[in-house]
Ligand binder design. Structure first.
Ligand code: DQA
Length: 146
C-alpha cells in the first residue's frame, strides 16, 4: 500500500498565496518532491489536496485499509477540526503532521492544532522540505513497526 500525503484547504494556492510565509514552491512542486522522496525510501505516495473537511475526513477513513501511513498538512482545519482529529485517532496507522510555516511564531490562533494530539510527530517551519522530513520519519516508524 502507498502512504497518504493529505493536504488541506488553500494549499492548492501555494506559490501565489502569501509567498513570504509559505514560500514560492507550488503544490505540484511539493508533490513531485514527495514522489521522489518516497521512491528513495522504498515507498509510494498517494498525494491529495481538498478544500473540504468531509473529503479530508473520508480520505483519512479510507487510509485505515488503503494506506500504510499518513502525512497530513491539515492547513486551517488543524486549528478547528475535531472531526479530522477523530478520524486520525481511528486511522490505526502512523500519522505525521506537517506545516510549512512555524505556526508557533505566528498568530496565537495558529498555536493550537487538534491534529497534534493524535500525531506521532509534528514538523513545522521547515517549508516544503518538511514533507521530505515527514516521509523520512514515517518510513522509520513503518520500519520500527515491522
Ligand atoms: C499551514 C499553517 C496554517 O495555520 C494555515 O492555516 C495554512 C497552512 C502551513 O502549512 O504552514 O493554511 O498549515
Amino acid at each position: 500500500h502507498p502512504v497518504l500525503v493529505l493536504n488541506g484547504p488553500n494549499l492548492n494556492l501555494l506559490g501565489v498565496r502569501e509567498p513570504g510565509i509559505y514560500g514560492r514552491d507550488t503544490l505540484a512542486a511539493i508533490e513531485a518532491r514527495c514522489h521522489s522522496t518516497a521512491a528513495g525510501l522504498g515507498l509510494r505516495a498517494d498525494f491529495r489536496q481538498s478544500n473540504h473537511e468531509g473529503v479530508l475526513t473520508d480520505a483519512v477513513q479510507e487510509a485505515r485499509t488503503a494506506h500504510r501511513g499518513i502525512v497530513i498538512n491539515p492547513a486551517g482545519y488543524g486549528h478547528t477540526s475535531v472531526a479530522l482529529r477523530d478520524a486520525l485517532a481511528a486511522a490505526g496507522v502512523p500519522v505525521v503532521e506537517v506545516h510549512l510555516s512555524n505556526i508557533h511564531r505566528r498568530e496565537p490562533f495558529r498555536h493550537h492544532s487538534y491534529v497534534s494530539g493524535v500525531a506521532d510527530a509534528v514538523i513545522c517551519g521547515a517549508g516544503a522540505h518538511g514533507y521530505s522530513l515527514a516521509l523520512t520519519h514515517l518510513a522509520r516508524l513503518l520500519e520500527d513497526a515491522r
